[in-house]
Design a binder for this molecule. Structure first.
Ligand SMILES: NC(=O)c1ccc[n+]([C@@H]2O[C@H](COP(=O)([O-])OP(=O)(O)OC[C@H]3O[C@@H](n4cnc5c(N)ncnc54)[C@H](OP(=O)(O)O)[C@@H]3O)[C@@H](O)[C@H]2O)c1
Length: 349
């Protein structure tokens, strides 16, 4: 396969380059950037020096990509940007006979929702090309394997949304113990906000702080609710996101009243859901962000005691919450082993 990346100079672009360097089916990669054209990848991503060779281009050479057997595009652009560009890009791909053959995976939130109204509700504003929303398959890998097979347009889930859905969906299989409502808190590291510095990511204001933000109003709620509806889960939730003094990682706690629910029953629901899942590990005690950082694993623990229950989920926002899951989805779309290029442990400690 030959790959192009839009937004290759960002954190997601860097993670794609890092992980794809270990993908056995990769032949070539073109990384686009506005600010760094002509610079080596290593000039922006210092950890890739000597490992990933190549330089940033202004625009991928679509004609060259069209000559490839397995052309792939990852879009890792800021919110709204890929949707704005897509109609023009599609026209350029049509001209070189690439549009139908190109596997496109968008890492932004632009194509995760069902229609213009849902997009407006989650993100505010109008979607630039709502007629294209139905073309995209929502890529929550473990729950969408069938839909992803052969897909040519994939919307990769959000990082919080990935952690929340992996923890919530098995709860729908608890029969009489399935909770109608759960309380969720989840903390995220600063890399979740991307490479451009902002007040909320600046080290002196972040390093020793812990705070909530977008309380009961995070934009990922929409995609989580969409999946819960599609799965007829019958679960509502209140979600309080928090900003933690971490660089990488998400840690989600999902709690609910559960009279009569045994831990073994809860654990069995998760074993049933993820028994064959290469990247979901059920752990005892607590998951740890440090144990998944740098890897595509989601570590999940469950507990039930004295009439209450909880599910704890840890992922790396940049890997399972972003670039790693995008590669997992690529593997699924192209019919390859799901873990190609992703057989790596985290970097504990
Ligand atoms: N960070 C996470 O944990 C995470 C997780 C899941 C999903 N996402 C989503 O994935 C997408 C990429 O996230 P990221 O964290 O990689 O972002 P990022 O670090 O800010 O990178 C985005 C890149 O896009 C390029 N770009 C192209 N057009 C741009 C424009 N009009 N304005 C600003 N930059 C532009 C920039 O590079 P040049 O200036 O060199 O062109 C920039 O490096 C976002 O939509 C984000 O919501 C992020």
């Amino acid at each position: 396969m030959d790959i192009a990346i839009l937004g290759a100079s960002g954190y997601g672009g860097g993670e794609l380059l890092r992980l794809l360097a270990g993908h056995p089916r990769l032949r070539s990669v073109a990384g686009a950037s506005r600010q760094h054209v002509g610079k080596d990848f290593g000039a922006v991503h210092p950890h890739l020096r000597g490992l990933v060779r190549g330089a940033f281009v202004e625009t991928p050479d679509w004609r060259a990509l069209a000559q490839c057997e397995r052309p792939v595009l990852f879009a890792a652009l800021p919110h709204g940007e890929f949707a704005k560009q897509l109609p023009t890009l599609e026209a350029a791909w049509q001209r070189v006979d690439l549009a139908e053959r190109l596997t496109v995976i968008d890492l932004s939130g632009d194509f995760r929702l069902a229609d213009a109204a849902a997009f407006r509700q989650s993100y505010g504003g109008e979607h630039p090309c709502p007629e294209r929303l139905p073309d995209f398959v929502y890529g929550l890998s473990e729950w969408r394997r069938e839909a992803l097979r052969g897909a040519r347009r994939i919307a990769n889930p959000g990082c919080f949304a990935t952690a929340l859905q992996l923890g919530l969906l098995p709860l729908a299989r608890l029969g009489p113990h399935s909770p109608p409502w759960v309380s969720i808190t989840a903390v995220t590291g600063s890399s979740g906000s991307g490479a451009s510095p902002s007040d909320t990511t600046h080290h002196p204001t972040r390093a020793n702080d812990l705070r909530a933000y977008k309380v009961l109003a995070h934009q990922h709620e929409g995609e989580v609710r969409r999946t819960l509806d599609e799965q007829r889960a019958g679960i509502d939730f209140a979600f309080v996101p928090q900003s933690a003094p971490l660089v990488r990682g998400i840690f989600a706690s999902i709690a609910f009243p559960a009279p009569g629910l045994e831990r073994a029953t809860l654990r069995a629901a998760f074993e049933h859901a993820y028994g064959d899942a290469r990247f979901v590990r059920l752990v005892d005690g607590t998951p740890r962000v440090a144990a998944v950082a740098g890897s595509n694993f989601a570590d999940i623990a469950v507990e039930a005691r004295a009439g209450s229950a909880c599910v704890l989920v840890a992922i790396d926002n940049l890997v399972k919450g972003m670039a790693g899951q995008a590669i997992q989805n690529l593997n699924l779309a192209l019919g390859w082993e799901e873990d190609l290029g992703l057989r790596i442990a985290g970097v504990f400690p």
